[in-house]
Design a binder for this molecule. Structure first.
Ligand code: SF4
Ligand code: SF4
Length: 436
């Protein structure tokens, strides 16, 4: 079997055994849910409800007239308890709508179920926008914007990212196994927008059960191909996935659409299906809860707005205080500071790591072994970038293409001197940008 891949990269222990066989468990929503207004990249949104208003499940609670934005919907029915500053998963307080759940799940009326063949592209894009769909891999880019490239960009390949190469994460794997039709039907929605494009779902070889199942089911979906990707990190990074599937490189500073590609996350594609075929806005997501401290690691279907603590309690609680909370994978995820923050549209996982799992070794001097260079999938020289950042030589950082860094962490992982390479490059990107 041919396994597609990209150049360089690393092979970390995937640590997926804790949850990869755990079927998705639907959690009962809590009494209070928190909806931060900042859940996407783009223009901010404003509440369209007031304290004391009754709301229905799926009702829009915040929106904006800006193009580059998406609305936010209540994931339960109930009453608006408060609108104020509450802690966001990023660690800062942001404007948030708090809803008291009445436990009835009374749906917003009417729910429209669309027949895609009767819709034109503009109508489909508008439905996707109104459903509040954003990239659910973590970036939060509005999907209706991604699906509306400029007229001079011809999309010839649609790639659904089923790599899920980050250690611990298994939510996309479970979605492919448990609801493959939602993924395939969602991809048909995208194909409807780009009828000439070839469509692929790329899945890493360590999810062979999902590959087998999708290959069976795809027979009913002409024009979609299931591809087996080698198990390598960061196979699911956009540029690396595109290279693996097409053999083409996205130019430095360019976008996938510059070479005719469009990449979408598995759960994002499923959300397109639910928006069009079931009339559901984005109200829930699948979250992997894992790490040695979790009593009952698993994959949970949770309503947007559910506090982490409610999910952890539903997962049997913790064995000890976590040394580290991570949202997303351990390689590219972000550190969390509290369990009293809600699931947002981009929350793919909650990892609760023990001291042993989260251990960071002290830095020692670079021995110029070149292992970071050998590992970097973007062909950068991390040792030089690290040195330039430490010397605050921002022009040299720019010359070394610091902005090409995708912050994958392969360099830090490979470094025998335990240099904090990705951390310093992340800071360096910001400082270089400010220096322009
Ligand atoms: S891997 Fe570490 S020690 Fe080796 S060259 Fe890179 S920064 Fe230096
Ligand atoms: S320099 Fe950036 S892109 Fe290269 S390995 Fe390090 S984090 Fe990844």
């Amino acid at each position: 079997m041919q396994k597609l891949t990209f150049k360089k990269g690393i092979h970390p222990n995937d640590r997926k055994e804790q949850t990869k066989t755990c079927s998705i468990e639907v959690l009962t929503p809590p009494e209070l849910l928190y909806f931060p207004l900042g859940q996407h990249i783009g223009a901010p949104i404003e509440p369209v409800v007031r304290v004391g208003d009754k709301v229905l499940m799926g009702q829009k609670i915040a929106d904006s007239t800006a193009k580059m934005t998406v609305p936010l919907h209540s994931s339960v029915s109930g009453v608006v308890k408060d609108i104020g500053l509450y802690l966001h998963p990023s660690g800062i307080k942001v404007p948030t709508i708090v809803i008291e759940n009445d436990g009835l799940d009374t749906p917003a009326d009417p729910i429209n179920i669309w027949h895609i063949d009767l819709l034109d592209s503009d109508e489909i894009i508008q439905i996707i926008r109104e459903a509040g769909i954003v990239g659910m891999g973590g970036a939060g880019f509005p999907t209706h914007i991604k699906l509306s490239p400029p007229l001079d960009k011809h999309i010839s390949r649609i790639i659904v990212n089923g790599a899920e190469c980050e250690p611990y994460l298994t939510s996309d794997h479970r979605v492919m196994l448990e609801t493959p039709e939602e993924v395939l039907e969602g991809l048909l929605v995208v194909k409807h927008l780009f009828p000439d494009a070839k469509a692929y779902i790329g899945v890493e070889e360590n999810k062979s059960d999902a590959i087998t199942l999708l290959k069976q089911r795809v027979k009913a979906y002409p024009g979609i191909e299931i591809l087996t990707l080698a198990k390598k990190y960061p196979q699911g990074a956009e540029k690396q996935l595109i290279y693996a599937v097409t053999g083409q490189e996205v130019p430095s500073g360019g976008l996938p659409m510059d070479i005719g590609c469009l990449v979408l996350n598995i759960d994002t594609v499923s959300s397109l299906y639910r928006a069009l075929a079931m009339g559901q806005p984005l109200m829930r997501r699948i979250v992997t809860v894992s790490g040695n401290l979790v009593e009952k690691p698993g994959n949970y279907s949770v309503r947007i707005g559910t506090p982490f603590r409610h999910i952890i309690d539903s997962a049997g609680g913790l064995k000890d205080e976590p040394a580290k909370i991570i949202m997303g994978g351990p390689m590219m995820g972000v550190a969390g500071y509290s369990l009293d923050v809600p699931v947002v549209k981009g929350t793919s996982s909650i990892l609760l790591l023990s001291k042993e799992e989260a251990r960071v070794l002290p830095e020692t001097p670079c021995i110029r072994c070149g292992k970071c260079v050998d590992a970097c999938p973007m062909n950068l020289r991390p040792l030089l970038l690290n040195a330039y950042v430490l010397a605050e030589q921002w022009d040299k950082c720019k010359k070394e293409n610091i902005f090409d860094c995708i912050e994958c962490g392969c360099c830090s992982y490979s470094c025998p001197a335990k240099r904090h390479l990705v951390q310093s490059i992340r800071v360096g990107k910001q400082r270089t940008k400010n220096h322009r």
